[in-house]
Write a protein that binds this ligand. Structure first.
Ligand code: ACM
Length: 678
């Protein structure tokens, strides 16, 4: 989607980097920003496949190098891959890896690297293959076009992550995510140095992985949509090759309808007849923690899964257990009395401790959502904090390792800036002792897929995930939001070279909505001015339903409108700088006129009919903006009643329609608010 000319990116980011770099005139488009970087004068001309001299490392490094060369050729359009393996030309690229790395990648493995680029060549050194892989990603981000060809600016980079657990959780239950979709997103994760893919594999909506011991789990509870064990091995190898650990989650004792559909005897009270397909299906009992059969089956399934997944951590869920099923079941209540357990939390802790023993028997550390937190857990348990950063600080204070997800829920449609502002070591964690803070090992973005199909997934993850990756990798002092957005835009473009679909999916879906009969540009004007409603507000007008097609404008647009950010900033500038006003007027005019042009097309497609009020609201905003610009121009005071009426109108213009709302209202509000009253 193109935007009108005249809106230029500010040079703030470039100015910022002058503090740490000699001014070069061109910003480095690195994300995440390295721990230490010094830019030197000059650059290395990339006029042939680098002559690579590799010492140390393992097979992963060889494969990473091969991908690096292929990626370089995709990125530059130069067919470097053809000469790969032939007598080498071009600059010297020395890679020294001091060790082979651990056989199974582990939390806390050394991820540092040193990268030096000079006119004479490149040197990349690292203690482990992980550092070499990260260094190669940095190098790809450094490649720039120059008038004489592709160049890499001379730099000296000493880099290592601030936090060792940098993850992404994907819920593959509410909408199944096929392997190629996961793989391309793993490529994206590797590009921004994330290192944990957490797969949410079982929930009320499905059991998404083959069990050889209990094949009925997928037979009864997957609709045929699940990963075979062969596919999972392939996925783990694919991720491992890119420095990414795969942590499986089997959510228990709540979110367990898929287990109960298969084994109703494990239910606390009557078992549901089928999988949860809609938010209206409310019978969702947890497993019965007082039934010995429960632990027998968990032991068998977990044993099998713990063999399949090599990672040291195994996630048992533990979130959102509805206590009413335990509190109202006479058999469970009697058992609790007999065992001196007085409430649902303590019963869940009893369950968690038994499951932890099963997990530990197979040699793993247990991970769970923050509801499992209880001082009785063994100290090697890992707590994933999702209900707020207080539980992160509490876990750390109690001596448990912990990762932050509160503030990183991508499905809630917040801006990259909102996520960027959330620091695991900020907020309540800032007042912990250094020893307690050391328990905070990172963060994990989460994507719950009630409203995300494979067609939409990339658009829900990217590019915002890049901002979270930077928060977890880069020094805490890297906080400039304008710089982040400027580099995020470059990342967003570059991710397409890896096959990520976030921009293509918007174009494809807008094309489907426009169909053959309407000019797509009219739809684009509307699409750029709106965002999906935030938090859990979509549920108020459209509850989750597994069968519902997700093919409307709300599904097609990115969670964050880059145009809104630009136009809202343009309006602020226009207040002080009259030369910015013609561009702003052009936008207001476009919005004002769009409704009359699009109106004939909206009623005649199911995909468009609910857009009618939204389009009218955008036209009203355009008209209000044009009037406000006229008033600013004349400089005359306006009556307080008129000002109040206009501000009230703005509120109704911003009211949600079709699960979206207009996000360019600040461009008009700032003009109205600035108007003098007599
Ligand atoms: C969660 O969002 N229920 C972990």
């Amino acid at each position: 989607m193109s935007i009108l000319g005249g809106i230029k990116k500010l040079g703030i980011a470039a100015l910022l980097f002058c503090a740490v770099l000699p001014c070069s005139g061109q910003q480095l488009e690195l994300m995440p920003w390295p721990a230490h970087i010094v830019r030197q004068q000059g650059s290395l001309a990339l006029d042939g496949t680098p002559r690579i001299e590799l010492t140390g490392g393992d097979e992963r490094v060889h494969r990473a190098l091969k991908r690096f060369i292929l990626q370089l050729s995709v990125q530059t359009g130069v067919p470097f891959d053809r000469s790969f393996g032939k007598p080498p030309q071009g600059p010297l690229f020395v890679i020294q890896c001091s060790g082979p790395g651990l056989k199974v990648q582990a939390l806390g493995e050394d991820e540092s690297y040193h990268l030096s680029v000079r006119q004479s060549g490149i040197k990349l050194t690292a203690p482990s293959p992980l550092g070499i892989m990260y260094g190669l990603q940095t190098l790809l981000q450094l490649v720039q076009a120059s008038p004489s060809g592709w160049v890499i600016p001379d730099v000296e980079i000493d880099d290592a992550p601030r936090l060792p657990w940098r993850g992404l959780m994907i819920d593959v239950c509410r909408h199944f995510v096929p392997l190629p979709v996961l793989e391309r997103n793993i490529d994206g994760m590797a590009a921004v140095k994330l290192n944990v893919l957490h797969l949410h594999l079982s929930d009320d909506q499905g059991f998404r992985i083959q069990s050889r011991k209990y094949p009925r789990l997928t037979e009864y509870a997957s609709d045929g949509l699940y990963y075979t064990q062969t596919q999972i091995r392939q996925l783990i190898a694919y991720a491992g090759d890119r420095g990414i650990r795969v942590v499986p989650e089997f959510d228990l004792p709540g979110h367990a309808v898929s287990w109960l559909v298969t084994y109703p005897q494990l239910s606390s009270g009557p078992a549901p007849a089928g999988l949860i397909r809609s938010e209206h299906d409310t019978l969702r009992p947890p497993l019965d923690p007082t039934n010995p059969q429960t632990y027998k089956i968990i032991n068998q399934v977990f044993g099998e899964m713990e063999e399949l997944f090599p990672d040291a951590y195994f996630h048992i869920g533990g979130d959102e257990v509805d206590p009413k099923y335990w509190n109202h079941d006479p058999k469970i209540q009697a058992w609790m009395r007999a065992h001196n357990i007085s409430n649902a939390h303590d019963l869940q802790t009893y369950f968690t401790l038994r499951v932890q023993k099963i997990v530990a028997q197979h040699g793993k550390h247990m991970e769970g959502w923050d509801e499992i937190l209880d001082g009785k857990l063994p100290k090697d348990s890992l707590i994933q904090s999702w209900r707020g950063s207080d539980s992160l600080a509490n876990s750390a204070r109690l001596g448990y390792k912990t990762v932050l997800s509160a503030g990183y829920y991508l499905d809630l449609m917040h801006s990259a800036a909102d996520h960027y502002a959330v620091d695991p070591l900020g907020g309540p964690s800032a007042s912990l002792t250094p020893a307690e803070q050391a328990n905070i090992i990172g963060g994990e973005a989460c994507e719950w897929t009630e409203y995300a199909t494979p067609e939409i997934l990339d658009n829900r993850l990217w590019p915002r995930l890049g901002a979270i990756a930077e928060r977890l990798w880069s020094p805490a002092t890297v906080t400039d939001v304008d710089s982040m957005y400027s580099r995020l835009a470059v990342l967003n473009r570059n991710l397409q070279w890896l096959g990520l679909q976030q921009q293509i999916s918007t174009r494809t879906m807008l094309g489907r909505i426009a169909g053959d009969d309407m000019p797509i540009s009219l739809l684009v004007t509307l699409a750029q001015a709106v965002e999906p409603v935030k938090d859990y507000n979509r549920e108020t007008t459209q509850v989750y339903n597994a069968e519902q097609p997700l093919n409307r404008l709300v599904d097609a647009i990115p969670p964050e409108s880059s145009l809104a950010r630009e136009v809202n900033a343009l309006a602020k500038r226009a207040l002080l700088d009259p030369s910015a006003r013609p561009d702003l007027r052009e936008w207001f005019t476009r919005w004002s006129k769009n409704d009359a042009q699009i109106e004939p097309y909206l009623p005649n497609s199911i995909l468009r009919v609910r857009l009618i009020p939204l389009s009218q609201q955008l036209a009203a905003l355009g008209n209000l903006g044009l009037a406000a610009l006229d008033d600013i121009q004349t400089g005359h005071p306006i009556a307080p009643e008129k000002k109040q009426k206009e501000l009230d109108m703005l509120k109704s213009i911003a009211a949600p329609q079709a699960e979206m709302f207009i996000v360019v209202t600040p461009s008009v509000r700032c003009l109205i608010e600035a108007q003098p009253v007599p």
